[in-house]
Every structure is written in structure tokens, then in C-alpha cells.
Ligand binder design. Structure first.
Ligand code: PLP
Length: 388
């Protein structure tokens, strides 16, 4: 039989169903899902509004080129209008985060007529050739070099390093909270200095919100924590309520310089994806998901800090909204495995971080369950380390 290439380590579970913040395996065991498909299921698995929009759309039309209009696209633009990043009034839908990053980079080169892209150490922007070029992890990057250049990686959260952004820089791409790199929130002064520097030299600021966007950090867009505005914003993961879709937002002045043929995508903006985004926007507004993420994120951090305060093996517990990391002084894999045995799914970030990306519907008893499971996992990691 043909085998599926995974590129990910097998977790040894067969998941058969999801609902809200939970999933079930083929044995009927229930899991708290803080992995959420890399954060995609932020609106909860099988969100009812998303399902009803998708079902309705499936019964109307599933595929249609952007060259033709269709009512669901009009509905989406109305719904998305309230949630769009402040000054960015044009959107292009694509299918994955990497593709959104590709388009953002292409636009930056076209608009500035410059080539160099600046990114940051520990960044993650995806795995297609362009997105990979601005991704820090050498393990992901080096086997595929030469990639697209010139690129330069600066120190994240280091204002001094920003002097390397110069008049040959087309764009700087940054995550407001580095996700894959270890759940590292940017400092406000750093983001402000970055905004000033890019403006000064005429480089575009691309804020990659594929993981942070759509409410997860306690604001609809994480850049809103920093009192700055992006030139280009990429979104993905949560914005389709579970359906695969990504987006690039740009302002009017950039859109005016974009021409037919500069980009395109067979599936980009297909009616199903558009229906999913429309539904996700409705849920985001009616459920005030960003406010919920902010309150619940604070509570979750507090619970974790209380229950885990006595571990020397923990370097830091940090996060923004419902994007939380427990940074250990060692590899977190044993702890993540034990969390799974305790029926809590989490994921690794960086080399040492246990990452939680819960759906916004998580409640306090879920948080306590997760914290107790983390306690068990970390305690076992610590005793293993002492024994060796
Ligand atoms: C996940 C992620 C991507 C890549 O998204 P894919 O959908 O996997 O291509 C890009 N940027 C950030 C910040 C991400 O977290």
C-alpha cells in the first residue's frame, strides 16, 4: 500500500473526531487539544457557524476563478471589513501561510525595486523556497541552499541590530510573537524602533501573523499590541476556522502598483475558503474571541505559574493571549509525551519549549487539567535529568 510522507514524528495516536477544544482517538479516549493542528483550530473543532457556511457553499458552488464574481465573496468583504488590519484595505486569499509569505515577499520586491530581505533569528515563515529563505532554523534551510537572497538575519528584540536595515532593504519580515522559534513575544520598544527604521530607509514592514493573527494573542492582530502599523500583513492558520486558507493584506498605495499577472493561484479565494473566512469573521465578532483570548490567556498563565513554580528545570513561562510557552532548560520531548499520556496534546517550539495553542473555547478546568499534566511531565523530566 502507498505510504504517506509525514515529515513529522508520529505521535502514535489515531484521532477520529474533534469538537470544540477536544479530540477523541479510535479507542474513545478524550484529549484536550492544545496543539489544535498547529493553532488552526482556534475557533474550536467543528465550529458550528463554519460548518453551516461550508455546507451551504458546497451546495451552491465549490470552485470558481477570481475572474468571476459570486455572492459569498461580497459577503466576505463585508464581514472582513470590520476586522481588517487598520490601514490595509486590500486582501488576496491563498491556501497556506507559506504562500502568503511568498506573495508578501514578491510584492516587497516589486514595490521597492530592491532585493534584500531582512528577517530575524529564530524566525519561522514557512517551507516553500521564498518563505524558507527568511526562516532561521538551519536544519530546515541548509539542505536546500542556495535559496533566495540576499537575506540577512538580525537579533530579535535587539534595537541595536536594527541599524543593519539600510536603503538596499526591500522588506523586513517579523513575527509579533515568534511561534515555532519558541513563543517569544516582541518587546514594544523593539517593534516601534523597527517600524521607525523601516520607514526611515523606505523598506516595507511585513508582519507575519500566520500564527499570531485572528485573535489568538488577545487582539485580532498581534501588531495592535505594539502601537504600530504594518505595510503588509500575512495571515493563515486560524482565519478559516479550520479550513485551509491564508491571506495577504496590503494598503491602497501598494495595490495601485500591482498589475495583472504579478501573481495568481488556482485555489486562492475559492468559494469554500471564502465561506470559511466569512463564518470565522462572524464568530470572531459575535464571540469577541480576542477579548476571550486575552482574559483566558492571563488566567492560563497564572494557573501554570502557580502550579509549576517550584521547578528549577523551568527557565520561563511566557506568552501573549492564548499563545503560551513553557521554556525548559532541557529538551521538552519527554514532557510533551507525558502530557499526551495525560490526554493533553501540545507541541514543541524552539529547542526547549512546550507550546500551547488552545482553541478560544478552553475553560478553567481544562487549564487546570493541562497544568497538572504539565506538572507530571516536567517533574518526570526533572527526575530523569537528576538521575543521569
Ligand atoms: C505556520 C506558519 C507559517 C507557514 O504556514 P503554512 O500554512 O504551514 O505554510 C508561516 N509563518 C508563520 C509565522 C507560521 O507560524
Amino acid at each position: 500500500m502507498i505510504k504517506i510522507l509525514k515529515f513529522y514524528q508520529d505521535r502514535g495516536l489515531k484521532i477520529v473526531k474533534g469538537e470544540g477544544q477536544y479530540v477523541w482517538d479510535d479507542k474513545g479516549d478524550k484529549y484536550l487539544d492544545l496543539h489544535a493542528g498547529h493553532g488552526v483550530a482556534f475557533l474550536g473543532h467543528r465550529n458550528k457557524t463554519v460548518i453551516s457556511y461550508l455546507e451551504k457553499q458546497m451546495n451552491e458552488i465549490m470552485t470558481l476563478s477570481l475572474a468571476f464574481d459570486t455572492p459569498i465573496r461580497e459577503e466576505m468583504t463585508r464581514e472582513l471589513d470590520d476586522l481588517k488590519p487598520n490601514n490595509l484595505e486590500h486582501v488576496f486569499l491563498l491556501n497556506s501561510g507559506s504562500e502568503a509569505v511568498e506573495l508578501a515577499l514578491k510584492i516587497a520586491r516589486k514595490i521597492t525595486k530592491r532585493r534584500k530581505i531582512v528577517a530575524f533569528k529564530n524566525s519561522f515563515h514557512g517551507r516553500s523556497m521564498g518563505a524558507l529563505s527568511v526562516t532561521w532554523n538551519k536544519k530546515y534551510r541548509e539542505p536546500f541552499e542556495p535559496l533566495i537572497g540576499p537575506t540577512e538575519f538580525l537579533d530579535y528584540n535587539n534595537i541595536d541590530s536594527l541599524k543593519n536595515i539600510t536603503e538596499d532593504t526591500a522588506a523586513v519580515i517579523v513575527e509579533p510573537v515568534q511561534g515555532e522559534g519558541g513563543v517569544i513575544p516582541a518587546k514594544k520598544e523593539f517593534m516601534k524602533a523597527l517600524r521607525e527604521m523601516t520607514e526611515k530607509v523606505g523598506a516595507l514592514l511585513i508582519i507575519d501573523e500566520v500564527q499570531t493573527g485572528f485573535g489568538r494573542t488577545g487582539k485580532i492582530w498581534a501588531y495592535q499590541h505594539f502601537d504600530i502599523k504594518p505595510d503588509i500583513l500575512t495571515a493563515g492558520k486560524a482565519i478559516g476556522g479550520g479550513f485551509p486558507v491564508s491571506a495577504v493584506f496590503i494598503p491602497e498605495w501598494i495595490s495601485e502598483k500591482i498589475e495583472e499577472g504579478d501573481h495568481g493561484s488556482t485555489y486562492g479565494g475559492n468559494p469554500l475558503a471564502v465561506a470559511a473566512v466569512t463564518a470565522a469573521c462572524k464568530v470572531a465578532k459575535s464571540e469577541k474571541i480576542a477579548d476571550q483570548a486575552q482574559k483566558k490567556g492571563e488566567l492560563f498563565l497564572k494557573i501554570l505559574k502557580e502550579k509549576l513554580e517550584d521547578f528549577k528545570i523551568i527557565r520561563e513561562i511566557r506568552g501573549l493571549g492564548l499563545m503560551i510557552g513553557i521554556d525548559l532548560k532541557v529538551n521538552p520531548s519527554t514532557a510533551i509525551k507525558i502530557l499526551q499520556d495525560e490526554k493533553v496534546l501540545s507541541l514543541k517550539a524552539g529547542l526547549t519549549v512546550i507550546r500551547f495553542l488552545p482553541p478560544y473555547v478552553i475553560n478553567q478546568s481544562d487549564m487546570e487539567w493541562a497544568a497538572d499534566a504539565a506538572r507530571k511531565g516536567i517533574s518526570e523530566t526533572e527526575s530523569k535529568r537528576l538521575a543521569s
